[in-house]
Design a protein around this ligand. Structure first.
Ligand code: ADP
Length: 177
């Protein structure tokens, strides 16, 4: 039986304001918070998220969450049931790390499906502090979601902060269709 891939929507906004079953965090390997999306999610979601992250560090991820993998916690006070933390690769000009970035989207969707999520909101992973060029980051994001069957996930929402990121995703959505 072939599974259908999720419908993709694109919004300009703040990932921490999204109503979705799962919100994806562009985390770092420590799982203990950081800047950008990570800082905003912990600030708005409250201390329960960090408590879950600490528990994960103590149990399964003593050395940190490896790049390209994903793990879920509570969403605390966010308008979501779960936060899925994934660690994007730092962009490199000497090494092709695209597969690791694709893995973030794939693994996040796998975790979301396991949790029974229907709607999943993603930020543009790695395109902030981790330096990934927006056009390429958007292309990898769109292509990977289009290739990944993730039932019962029916909607993947890309949530981007500014006009430049919005344009990059619009182009990726048009080009890959
Ligand atoms: P990374 O470390 O993976 O690069 P960042 O959090 O620094 O992650 O940035 C990822 C992307 O998310 C960037 O394009 C950044 O502009 C954007 N961003 C930052 N804060 C938010 C937010 N609150 N909601 C949506 N997107 C955000």
């Amino acid at each position: 039986m072939t599974q259908s891939t999720p419908a993709i929507t694109l919004v300009r906004g703040d990932i921490t304001e999204q109503h979705a079953d799962a919100v994806v965090n562009a985390a770092n390997s420590s799982l203990l918070g950081g800047g950008g999306v990570d800082g905003a999610i912990h600030r708005k979601g409250g201390p329960e998220i960090l408590a879950d992250c600490r528990a994960l560090r103590a149990s399964r991820y003593g050395k940190g969450l490896p790049t390209g993998q994903a793990v879920a916690t509570t969403a605390g006070r966010l308008h979501a049931a779960h936060v899925i933390h994934t660690v994007g690769p730092v962009h490199s000009t000497t090494e092709d790390r695209s597969e690791l970035l694709a893995s973030c989207y794939r693994e996040s969707l796998r975790v979301a499906a396991e949790l029974g999520a229907r709607t999943v909101a993603f930020p543009a992973i790695s395109t902030g502090v981790y330096g990934w060029p927006l056009d390429d980051g958007a292309r990898i994001a769109v292509r990977t979601v289009r290739e990944t069957a993730a039932e019962p996930v029916t909607e993947v929402r890309f949530v981007v902060f500014d006009e430049t990121a919005y344009a990059a995703f619009e182009t990726a959505l048009a080009a890959d269709a």
